[in-house]
Design a protein around this ligand. Structure first.
Ligand code: ADP
Ligand code: ZN
Ligand code: ZN
Length: 729
């Protein structure tokens, strides 16, 4: 019996008999099979092979074909995906689908394959009778005589008409085709370009990592922005390549630009496999194969690359490990960062988590001694740390979001030839369209949220559900004049035109940047020096280097100060420190201004005086006190429904199921409405589970989720479980 995982939202495997004429013994776990499913056929993976089935034998169907002779995922990766499906309580079929390139899920061959042609006896006999042949046919016959077989390359050389001749020979039964898999070539030896002379701290980090090659060792590479973390990655990889092994480098989605890849490719003369969401299915398969065969010694990819099989894994690097994009927020809600550590452990290789602003989870691992902490406390090269100050929005006048002291600083830096970066994590023109007469504020009809004004497009757009409406000329309730209130990046860009006429501005946010090409073009305008002022959102803070930026202004630090999520302050601290790190990276000293209406807020004062370390120490103490992660483990049961009561009733029922002796050390919090209860017309609520023991939480979850699935009230809602959720607001 083959137990097959299919890409379906069902928490179970499907039983099939082996294909007709195929012995059960010749099937192996991990192989792809094509199976009948309803009226369709589907491609799945054999997860188990067993005797007997719960299905009555009359209803058992046979699989159609086994597609592979070897498993696409090596045993280690296969087990990692299965483990993750268990841990995140997600259907294993969907989890495996995440790990396989879609071209393989569609049935493309695992390895590069070529169709080749050779004579059949009928053909050579016919030829001996000297039949009359046209010129194309003669050329083809000669080519077939000259080599044992011919394939696409040879046919290409012979010219386009030869395909016709080939078809003719085939229909006459003269030739036959076969599938040929060229053997994987050994990867070329790496030649390595010279890097800079390492600083003492870099050298120390490199030595520590280098000493662990071939064994499991988790590192936190904690280095301020510009301290040369990437240089440490590059040198560690060099050592890995010298051992004939591969490096897997994970990066946040929008940090993976050609510019970033360039840093790796200019250092090593080896093929790089680059995996990101912008690839076509064919390209992705090609990269994946290069990683799997070992042809690409360096594999760089975003989140899902953590599942890419490697022929000879040697090191895993997770750059910007604090980045939220490592956690998938829907469907299979895995953390690529956490799985990277597990994967390294199973392979017995080192893993390096790098960041200037490590997550509190990772910092705590270092505190407790489970991870080795490597510090790069100073910037590499000549750059000094930037000067940082707050601008009190309560006492300084502001125009379009820019306060007077910031304006003066901008003038100063621009006059001195520096570039200026304005950070505002809010796109659009203004977050609110407001009526001063009756206090109407353009709401989204589908969400508990306001519509954002996008003036250039003349639209109101909801950033939560995407709903759009024209911008009204007057208040729809009282007819008075309405006006945009608050700032978005579009408005700041407009204001800059007025304040600094003729000074080129580049805006980087999701409205101006929709493709990889666009971000490259924008970055090029910055690097060439053409653009003098940069305005942007979060997108700007992701690992891009702006060597000529000397002034960074955080326009509104207060956005994250009072968030409902327990991680709101961590995120705010990280983005302020990350954006500040863009200032003065080359030889010019940098200056950072943080505009706030709450300059006494302990988070901000601590960040200003003690930096991220000071913030993190205090935040960890608070988390310990409140028993939040990393001092406890969370799982979040979310539900939404068109009717408010349905979501809450379901969660109440789920809570009832949870109460009792089985819940043991698992605490239940809620159910409660989500911070933004209605989104896209659905009411959202959640039930939080907390435990100090990961094991206890896991043990509790499996049977509980089974019981929940059977609840009557589950049918009226959409629900999901999120283990180690990043957002609980
Ligand atoms: P991080 O990844 O920590 O932000 P990078 O590796 O990008 O830092 O380094 C920042 C800048 O410093 C880069 O321009 C890099 O080329 C340079 N750099 C790194 N290490 C050294 C070194 N040892 N000597 C001189 N320059 C260095
Ligand atoms: Zn009004
Ligand atoms: Zn909406």
């Amino acid at each position: 019996m083959l137990r097959v995982a299919l890409d379906a939202p069902l928490r179970r495997l499907f039983d099939y008999l082996p294909p007709v004429g195929v012995a059960l013994e010749s099937c192996r776990t991990g192989l792809r099979v094509e199976v009948p499913f309803g009226r369709q056929t589907r491609i799945g993976l054999i997860v188990e092979i067993g005797q007997g089935s719960n299905l009555p034998s009359a209803r058992l169907k046979a699989a159609a074909t086994v597609l592979d002779t070897e498993p696409p995922l090596d045993a280690m990766t296969f087990e990692l995906v299965r483990w993750a499906a268990d841990y995140y309580h997600h259907p294993v079929g969907e989890a495996l689908a995440t790990a396989l390139p879609s071209a393989l899920r569609a049935g493309r061959p695992l390895n590069v394959r070529e169709t080749r042609w050779q004579w059949r006896t009928a053909g050579t006999e016919a030829l001996a009778g000297r039949p009359r042949l046209g010129p194309r046919q003669k050329a083809l016959a000669a080519a077939l005589n000259a080599a044992a077989s011919i394939g696409d390359t040879e046919l290409e050389v012979l010219g386009s008409g030869t395909r016709e001749a080939l078809k003719g020979f085939a229909t006459r039964g003269w030739i036959e085709s076969f599938e040929y898999e060229p053997p994987a070539l050994a990867p070329p030896a790496a030649t390595v370009a010279q890097g800079p002379k390492l600083t003492a701290a870099q050298a120390e980090a490199l030595t520590a990592i280098g000493a662990t090659l071939g064994t499991f060792a988790p590192f936190l590479l904690h280095g301020v922005t510009g301290s040369g973390k990437t240089e440490v990655y590059l040198r560690s990889i060099e050592a890995v390549l010298a051992r004939g092994e591969q490096a897997l480098v994970l990066v946040p989605e929008i940090a993976l630009t050609p510019q970033a890849v360039q840093r790796f490719s200019s250092r090593y003369s080896v093929p790089l496999a680059v995996l990101h969401s912008g690839l076509t299915d064919g390209e992705r398969l090609q990269m994946w194969r290069a990683a799997r065969s070992g042809a690409a010694p360096i594999v760089i990819g975003t989140r899902s690359a953590v599942f890419v099989p490697l022929a000879r894994p040697g090191i895993v690097i997770v750059d910007e490990e604090h980045d939220a994009s490592y956690k998938q927020q829907e469907g299979f809600r895995y953390s690529a960062r956490d799985l990277a550590v597990l994967r390294a452990q199973r392979h017995g290789i080192p893993v390096v988590l790098g960041s200037a602003t490590p997550s509190l989870e990772t910092l705590q691992q270092a505190e407790s001694g489970r991870y080795v902490r490597l510090r790069l406390p100073e910037r590499a090269g000549a750059a000094g740390a930037p000067r940082t100050a707050m601008v009190d929005l309560r006492i300084h006048e502001e125009r379009h979001g820019i306060a007077t002291p910031s304006m003066l600083a901008m003038q100063r830096h621009l006059a001195a030839g520096g570039q200026v970066l304005l950070y505002l994590n809010r796109r659009g023109y203004a977050p609110t369209l407001f009526c001063p007469a009756c206090s109407w504020a353009a709401p989204c009809g589908e969400c508990d949220a306001r519509m954002t004004v996008h003036l250039k497009r003349h639209r109101l757009i909801c950033h939560h559900c995407g709903a759009q409406a024209p911008v009204p000329f007057a208040c729809p309730t009282c007819g008075a004049e309405v006006r945009p209130v608050g700032q978005g990046t579009e408005r700041v860009e407009d204001a800059l035109d007025e304040f600094f006429p003729g000074v080129p501005v580049v805006r980087i946010d999701r409205d101006t940047i929709q493709s990889r090409g666009e971000i490259e073009a924008a970055l090029e305008r910055v690097h060439s020096g053409e653009a003098r002022i940069l305005v942007g959102t979060q997108m700007l803070t992701k690992g891009h280097d702006f060597p000529d930026v000397t002034l960074v202004v955080v326009l509104n630090a207060d956005q994250g100060l009072f968030g409902s999520d327990f991680r709101a302050s961590e995120r705010l601290a990280q983005s302020i420190v990350q954006v500040a790190g863009r200032a003065g990276r080359a030889t010019r000293p940098g200056e950072v201004l943080v505009q706030t209406a709450c300059p006494e807020h302990p988070l901000l004062t601590r960040l200003m005086t003690e930096g991220y370390d000071g913030y993190a120490r205090a935040a960890l103490a608070e988390r310990a006190e409140a028993r939040w992660p990393p001092f406890s483990r969370l799982a979040l049961l979310r539900a939404d429904a068109p009717v408010r009561e349905h979501a809450l009733e379901f969660l109440e029922a789920a809570r009832k199921l949870a109460e009792g002796p089985a819940s043991g050390s698992v605490r239940l919090l809620g159910p409660a409405a989500a911070a933004m209860e209605r989104r896209a017309g659905r009411y959202r609520a959640q039930l939080l589970l907390e435990s100090t023991s990961r094991g206890a939480l896991q043990q509790f979850l499996a049977p509980w989720l089974d019981a929940i699935s059977a609840l009557q009230s589950a049918r009226r809602v959409r629900w999901s479980i999120d283990v180690d959720p990043l957002e609980v607001g």
